[in-house]
Design a protein around this ligand. Structure first.
Ligand SMILES: Cc1ncc(COP(=O)(O)O)c(C=O)c1O
Length: 438
């Protein structure tokens, strides 16, 4: 495979853009050296790079492209709005129309405020919780990798440069599926906690009673419960993971798959809390999500069409993506076992969002093995980090991916047997996104 043009653009991007990409997880340190840097177009579950190479895409815009690239009905919905302009002196009628659709869809969404990024939504959720409770502390779930680019979250990670010490003191964390741990943290920060923020499910499903227990603990202690559904919102179930698991939080944040990759996010929640951001009360005002582009019309049309499709035909999209994930996971784990690699690599996670695990013989994450696997899959036309199944991942994409697993895992087996893992990998191994130094 030839990456000549990609390699030129890789250097240009690095020269002009810190990190060479606008999302850290798309950066060069997240992919093997023998990989495409720059993509030209996508259709369905396939993409083409600047050198003309074709790949199956398992990243799908960081989970956002749930229906498929350039999905015709969504593209048509956007086109139908383009000639009308996109941003006016007063709101477009579409804003209330799509807010109503979301309010009728997501259980916690009594009121809705749109923005463009998930981080806008999560940070506003934290802010309005602080205003509502008159407290400062945030408790965030530790086992979930990301909630926001903003200081209240990043200050509680290893990548906390540039964040004032005082801000770091206002966030602490607790473990997923561990109610005792949450209870201990709540007691430790006695009456100071404004909100608990958690993805209802990310890497693992909630243990029976866990989410119910989190909500009960929050309500007993006057804490606002925020479900970050930026990823889970329209992926686990069209009505949110909160509907799937039957627990309604006080506030929720939505984004990613809401508009099939176009930039729409939302903070939604209980009227009593959300209304603090309104103009019809006599309490102190909360400046809640006021953005130039929050009501941009054609992306709201994309959200409307995407949500309509997700809700249609007995949730066929949702059923499809769960099934695709299950098929991929079972195939990989079967082949890994066949090559006696199952202690070193397997696919774990929930079927609609499976992820790859690579371990060394001591059970520690092995990024050299991971990168060699990614390098091999690229040779078979499959570009992946984990798996974000979409409605467009069909039989041919699944068959080609499983064929790639067969060949790549055979190479891994050979590399391990002959002690050549390091020498077969061209270039450096991938690195964690959340690290203090390069
Ligand atoms: C769970 C979760 N919350 C919030 C965000 C932030 O979303 P955005 O990148 O749209 O700001 C992300 C992004 O990956 C996420 O995974």
């Amino acid at each position: 495979m030839n990456f000549d043009r990609s390699n030129e653009l890789r250097l240009k991007a690095k020269r002009l853009i810190p990190g060479g990409a606008h999302t850290y997880s798309k950066g060069d340190d997240q992919f093997p050296l023998l990989s495409p840097h720059s993509i030209v177009r996508g259709k369905g579950a396939r993409i083409w790079d600047v050198d003309g190479n074709e790949f199956i895409d398992w990243g799908m815009g960081l989970t956002s492209v749930i229906l498929g690239h350039a999905y015709e009905p969504v593209v048509e919905a956007i086109k139908s709005e383009l000639d009308n302009g996109c941003n006016f002196i007063r709101p477009s009628y579409i804003e209330a129309e799509v807010a109503e659709l979301i309010s009728n869809t997501i259980p916690s969404a009594q009121m809705v405020k749109f923005s463009k990024n998930g981080s806008n939504a999560t940070t506003s959720a934290v802010k309005v919780s602080r205003a509502y409770t008159g407290r400062n502390m945030v408790l965030r779930c530790y086992d979930q990798p990301f909630f926001s680019i903003d200081d209240w979250f990043m200050g509680n990670t290893v990548v906390d440069a540039g964040i004032p010490e005082a801000d770091k003191q206002h966030t602490d964390h607790f473990r997923y599926n561990d109610l005792n741990n949450l209870e201990t943290k709540i007691a430790e920060h006695h009456n100071k906690i404004a909100c608990v923020i958690i993805e209802p499910a990310a890497t693992h499903e909630p243990a029976p009673g866990f989410l119910e227990g989190v909500k009960a603990l929050c309500e007993r202690n006057g804490i606002v419960l925020i479900f970050d559904e930026v990823v889970s919102g329209f992926r686990f179930h069209p009505k949110g993971a909160q509907s799937l698991y039957g627990v309604t939080p006080h506030l929720s944040t939505l984004g990613k798959a809401i508009a099939n990759g176009y930039s729409v996010s939302a903070l939604v929640g209980q009227k009593e809390i959300m209304e603090l951001g309104g103009i019809d009360h006599d309490k102190e005002r909360v400046f809640l999500l006021s953005t130039t582009y929050g009501g941009e019309t054609h992306h709201l049309r994309a959200a409307q069409k995407t949500i309509e499709i997700l809700l249609a035909n007995d949730y066929e999209v949702t059923k499809h993506i769960w099934q695709v994930g299950k098929t991929i996971k079972e195939a990989y784990n079967r082949i890994a076992k066949q090559y006696a690699l199952d202690k070193l690599t397997y696919i774990d996670g929930i079927d609609c969002r499976p992820y790859l695990v690579f371990l060394d013989i001591d059970g520690k994450p092995d990024n050299i093995l991971r990168t060699l696997f990614m390098q091999e899959m690229i040779q078979y036309g499959v570009l992946l980090q984990g798996f974000n199944p979409s409605f467009s991942h069909g039989a041919s994409e699944i068959a080609q991916t499983i064929e790639g697993f067969e060949k790549a895992l055979k190479t891994l087996h050979y590399a391990i047997e002959t002690n050549q893992v390091g020498s077969l990998l061209i270039g450096p191994p991938v690195k964690p996104v959340f690290r203090k130094y390069n």
